[in-house]
Design a binder for this molecule. Structure first.
Ligand code: ADP
Ligand code: MG
Length: 399
């Protein structure tokens, strides 16, 4: 991981203007914020800066307005929630650059906060237009990026600004980078990765990268079916990308070549129809799946063997559920493994990092998300990091 500046490196910022990029792409229903996790993630950075006497200008995008103003995507809608989340009055400024922002800066006192308008109302944001970035930078003294979830995009407020102003990682960004570095950058060995979810095709680059990085690759979920099929197993009516069996075999060969042990389930939970607790539910060896059955979860014997693998490991990185966990009882393997990983983390023998939209939902469903060492809510950025890619928003923060 490249070294980057954090808020610890700030000098005296009293009265200085901080341009702070955060993630305010909040889930909303009927004009109300339904989950303020992202506001709470940004709060420590905003409050640390106001505590130091900076004037904080918050930058964020919301939705996909494609470079035009849209009344349904104005960040004015979230100002109340931000105010509640940080426990401080927040001004709204309907621009991101120019005279209106300059005037707002004049009105703000040291320690005050303003949320600027949705950065994606301007085409220059997603184009990473240097003129657009320079116009924003003109009203600030320094830049803080606290939006890891947007760091896989090279946009004006995620990348461009870092090139124009002294740039720092915010506390959430810093925590995320440190946790990810512990999991894959310079991990304690042995390292295990659990990769599940629906399709191999969505995670090909993740799998390709991981086989060169980890000691144990545990494959579950729908994507395990493609690997089983590649090994000649008849997976019945399971979700399976038959056109990718060649690719699956290449990944298995690459794993072999780099000393990574791949674990595929040897027993599975199957049913004839995909429904909760179906009459046709049964557990069998992978070689006994009937032609009219589909695999919906990893079986209990495999889970036991995988638990033993995790007990020998010091680090775990997890993306993707082991089965169709939204429907009972196909959550069993995911829940069981999540509990084991959580218990080992709590005992201190395992560093566990998990990420992915459905993965986080599954760990919450298992009731153990709080016991993992780190949970990333960063979706796309987390996956690109698992692919071993350099994230432009992170690279731009490098000292
Ligand atoms: P994440 O969002 O954490 O990256 P994915 O989106 O890749 O995870 O995958 C999650 C989805 O995979 C879930 O909706 C789950 O139901 C589905 N899934 C897991 N196992 C199976 C299976 N055996 N058959 C069909 N779908 C599955
Ligand atoms: Mg998903």
């Amino acid at each position: 991981m490249p070294a980057f500046r954090t808020l610890d490196d700030l000098g005296d910022v009293t009265g200085k203007v901080a341009l702070v990029r955060v993630d305010l792409n909040l889930p909303m229903r009927d004009g109300e914020v339904t989950d303020d996790t992202r506001i709470r993630a940004a709060a420590p950075t905003i409050l640390e800066l106001t505590g130091k006497g900076a004037k904080v200008l918050v930058l964020a995008h919301f939705g996909r307005p494609k470079g035009d103003r849209s009344s349904t995507m104005s960040l004015s809608m979230v100002v109340g929630a931000v105010q509640d989340g940080i426990g401080k009055e927040v001004m709204f400024v309907p621009e991101v650059a120019g005279e209106v922002v300059a005037q707002a800066v004049g009105i703000l006192r040291p320690g005050d906060v303003a949320v600027l308008e949705n950065t994606r109302f301007w085409k220059g944001e997603e184009k990473n237009d240097p003129d657009f970035a320079a116009a924003i930078a003109a009203n600030g003294d320094f830049y803080v990026n606290d939006a890891f979830s947007a760091a896989h995009r090279a946009h004006a407020t995620t990348e461009g600004l870092a090139r124009l102003l002294p740039a720092y990682a915010g506390r959430s960004m810093q925590a995320e980078l440190e946790a990810l570095d512990k999991a894959l950058g310079s991990p304690e060995k042995p390292v295990a990765a659990i990769v599940g979810g629906a399709k191999v095709s969505s995670k090909l680059d993740v799998l390709r990268h991981l086989v060169s990085q980890v000691d144990h690759l545990i494959i579950g979920g729908g994507m395990a079916n493609t690997f089983l099929a590649a090994k000649g197993v008849d997976v019945g009516t399971s979700l399976c990308e038959h056109d990718l069996t060649g690719t699956a075999n290449e990944i298995l060969a690459a794993a072999d070549a780099s000393g990574c042990t791949v674990h595929l389930p040897y027993d599975v939970v199957v049913a004839k129809e995909f429904a909760a607790n179906p009459a046709s539910l049964r557990t069998c060896n992978v070689h006994e799946v009937a032609s009219d059955e589909m695999i919906l979860d990893v079986g209990p014997q495999a889970v036991e063997a995988l638990a033993d693998v995790l007990k020998t490991c010091r680090t775990l990185v997890w993306n993707g559920p082991m089965g169709a966990f939204e429907t009972e009882p196909f959550d069993a393997a995911t829940v069981a493994l999540a509990r084991i990983a959580a218990a080992l983390s709590k005992e201190g023998t395992l560093i566990s990092v998990a990420g992915g939209g459905d993965t986080v939902a599954a760990l919450n469903h298992a009731g153990v998300a709080g016991d993992f060492s780190y949970i990333s809510t960063a979706g796309g950025a987390f996956l690109e990091w698992m692919e071993g890619r350099e994230l432009p928003g992170v690279a731009a923060l490098a000292k």
